[in-house]
Write a protein that binds this ligand. Structure first.
Ligand SMILES: Cc1ncc(C[n+]2csc(CCOP(=O)(O)OP(=O)(O)O)c2C)c(N)n1
Length: 635
């Protein structure tokens, strides 16, 4: 039987549909999302939760003329399907396919690129101001989740939105979830708004005031005023928004297209900022995603009938080794605390939160606050461990610098998803952390070669008494045995893994492929020692200089941006030591352009797999050596 979805090429096509047809279309879209994510992996829960909401948005608004800004963007699949990308949807998150996040290069309907949370309100406000300055009339709609609304930047935007009072529509997708349950006082307030409690409280409070009213005189008038104030506060829900200058509407049933359409039509008429709180269910229509929302927030391929993952990877991941090691350490040292910014599960801290709940803090999607909160704890004698994905710690650059490093405080940063991150595209690559951490005062920067070394580095980081960071990739460990007894690695002490004439200085997860490449290169007469650098800061100067022979070669390999990265640190050291007579190459990631795909696919494309490394090193040995040295000497 022909599907309604087959006839949808552009958003205007859905405006011709009857309410029944729209409901059928919602079912068809859910089925397509489920089938595709079950094959390719992706953000299932958030996307199943906004099917009706997206249909209603595209019914009422006229994209691309009207601009829809998706916060995080991990809920944009229905939008992509309705805006001409239905036929490419099978390639979702695949190499050469379409991104799982909005992408301006992909479609004119993607008004704004997102991936990191809490940016939609600021961007939408900017677009609304620009529209008014240009004398244009279109609508700007920001769709933001209740989790993303806990991010400081979203609150900063609300502050200015209420001040400027531009015509702007905010759709609050309220599902009580971030990746795990949403946390914090703000989140409680949002749930209070939909719970109906304000009506109950109003009745109770009004009764108690009336009971206390004397018969006549000022007391009556005063009580009357108090009552008026009370009624104003309680009868108008969303008072916090109203008082900020933002009209509040809600709660609206987020799976009833008609109710949503009516609310959006009303919002369209409003000449100022307006927020519509839509109540949705994450994972709507697929029971496993309803039952295990965390597991299906971002899922790998799975079997639809059971919800079970298709591929079982054996052995612990770096994240879980970190989580277990931290539990062990925290049990020995009561000053150790764990902090996450809404990523307890992803960063391997779930078990810690269950076993040591009073020592665990989920601060919401608030990386900046997480770091300064940790700084406050550290200044008071605690040893906070802040676990944040490499890409999201970018948010807190100044907090790391100003609130931790300048004061030389013992805060440990654990950077998960450092290096190449599969499937999610450019916004999620963890490639900048080496460059943004290595110039921080007092900061010790480490990268383990395997999961066992990660444990020792965590132990060491907590022992150093300075700011320290440990980075590792989104990956299973190498399957090495895990030591029971942990020891402190002296700062700046690298490890010779294989001896040789020249030096291959490898960082973190690049040690294993570097070793393979070095072995392969022996056949070509290239003799390379492989050293596990362990530290990006401080560098093992002694080891590097030991290999810095006249006319010798030093190659560095890192899974991070090459400009300003670990290789740059080695080059700076050689420069400082006046060693311009060395053939040097820093291998790492290019500054721009991150292809979509699996980690191995991306590594192959950028030359960080074993064949790519051997090729690059061979090229270096083949190239004439000397001209570069001369240029630098004369410069
Ligand atoms: C700055 C930043 N920190 C963390 C994340 C990881 N993250 C992706 S989605 C998400 C939860 C978003 O919750 P919400 O906005 O309520 O959307 P929902 O998934 O519930 O639809 C988090 C924490 C991120 N994308 N950006």
């Amino acid at each position: 039987m022909a599907k309604i979805l087959d006839s949808i090429e552009r958003p205007s096509d859905i405006r011709k549909l009857s309410p029944e047809e729209l409901s059928t279309l919602a079912l068809e879209i859910r089925a397509l999302i489920l089938e595709t994510v079950a094959k390719n992996g992706g953000h299932l829960g958030s996307n199943l939760g906004v099917v009706e909401l997206t249909l209603a948005l595209h019914t009422v608004f006229d994209s691309p003329r009207d601009k829809i800004v998706w916060d995080v963007g991990h809920q944009c699949y229905t939008h992509k399907i309705l805006t001409g990308r239905k036929d490419r949807f099978a390639g979702l998150r695949r190499c050469g396919g379409i991104l799982g996040f909005p992408c301006r290069d992909e479609s004119e309907h993607d008004a704004y690129n997102t991936g990191h949370a809490s940016t939609a309100l600021s961007a939408a406000l900017g677009m609304a101001v620009a529209r008014d300055k240009a004398g244009e009339k279109h609508h700007v709609i920001a769709v933001v989740g209740d989790g993303s609304l806990t991010g400081g930047v979203a609150l900063e935007a609300l502050n200015q939105i209420g001040h400027l009072r531009e015509r702007l529509i905010i759709v609050l997708n309220y599902n009580e979830m971030s990746i795990s349950a949403n946390v914090g006082a703000w989140s409680k307030y949002l749930s209070y708004l939909v719970s109906g409690q304000h009506y109950v409280r109003m009745k109770d409070q009004a009764k108690s005031i009336l009971r206390s009213l004397p018969k006549i005189g000022w007391p009556l008038i005063k009580a009357g005023r108090a009552l008026e104030e009370l009624v104003k506060k309680t009868i108008f829900p969303g008072l916090v928004f109203t008082e900020l200058g933002i009209r509040y509407v809600g709660p609206v049933h987020g799976h009833n297209i008609q109710s949503l359409v009516e609310a959006f039509e009303m919002a369209k008429m409003y000449d100022g900022p307006i927020l519509i709180q839509c109540v949705t269910q994450k994972g709507r229509g697929y029971q496993p995603a309803r039952t295990h929302p965390e597991k299906f927030h971002g899922a790998g391929p799975f079997q639809i009938s059971t919800g079970e993952p298709l591929k079982r990877e054996w052995g612990p991941s770096f994240s879980s080794v970190f989580g277990n090691a931290l539990i062990k350490i925290a049990k020995k040292d009561e000053k150790v605390l764990a902090i996450t910014a809404a990523m307890g599960e992803g960063t391997g801290l779930k078990e810690f939160s269950e076993k040591l709940p009073e020592r665990f803090f989920d601060v919401g999607i608030a990386e900046q606050h997480a770091v300064t909160f940790a700084s406050g704890l550290a200044v008071s004698g605690f040893k906070p461990v802040v676990a944040i994905y490499s890409t999201f710690l970018q948010r807190a650059y100044d907090q790391v610098y100003h609130d931790v490093c300048l004061m030389d405080l013992p805060v440990v940063f654990v950077l998960d998803r450092a290096g190449i991150v599969p499937d999610d595209g450019p916004t999620h690559q963890g490639v900048n952390d080496i460059a943004y951490l290595r110039h921080m005062p007092h900061m010790i920067v480490m990268a383990p070669k395997d999961e066992n070394e990660l444990q020792h580095m965590l132990w060491s980081a907590l022992a150093y008494g300075h700011p320290a960071s440990v980075r590792f990739p989104k990956a299973k460990g190498l399957g090495v045995p895990l030591d029971e007894q942990l020891h402190v690695i002296p700062p700046g002490r690298s490890e010779l893994v294989k001896d040789g004439r020249d030096l291959l200085f490898a960082f973190g997860n690049m040690v294993a492929p570097a070793l393979e490449a070095a072995k392969a290169l022996e056949k070509d007469g290239i003799s390379l020692a492989v050293v596990n650098a362990r530290f990006i800061k401080p560098l093992d100067k002694e080891m590097i200089l030991r290999f810095a022979r006249t006319g010798g070669t030093i190659v560095t390999i890192e899974e991070g941006i090459v400009d300003g990265g670990a290789g740059s640190a080695v080059r700076e050291l050689l420069d400082r030591e006046g060693r311009f007579d060395i053939r040097f190459k820093a291998i790492g990631l290019p500054l721009e352009s991150y292809p979509l795909g699996k980690a191995e696919e991306i590594r192959a494309m950028v030359g960080l797999d074993v064949p790519g490394l051997t090729r690059q090193i061979k090229d270096l040995y083949r190239a004439p050596f000397g001209s570069a040295v001369d240029e630098r000497k004369s410069g």
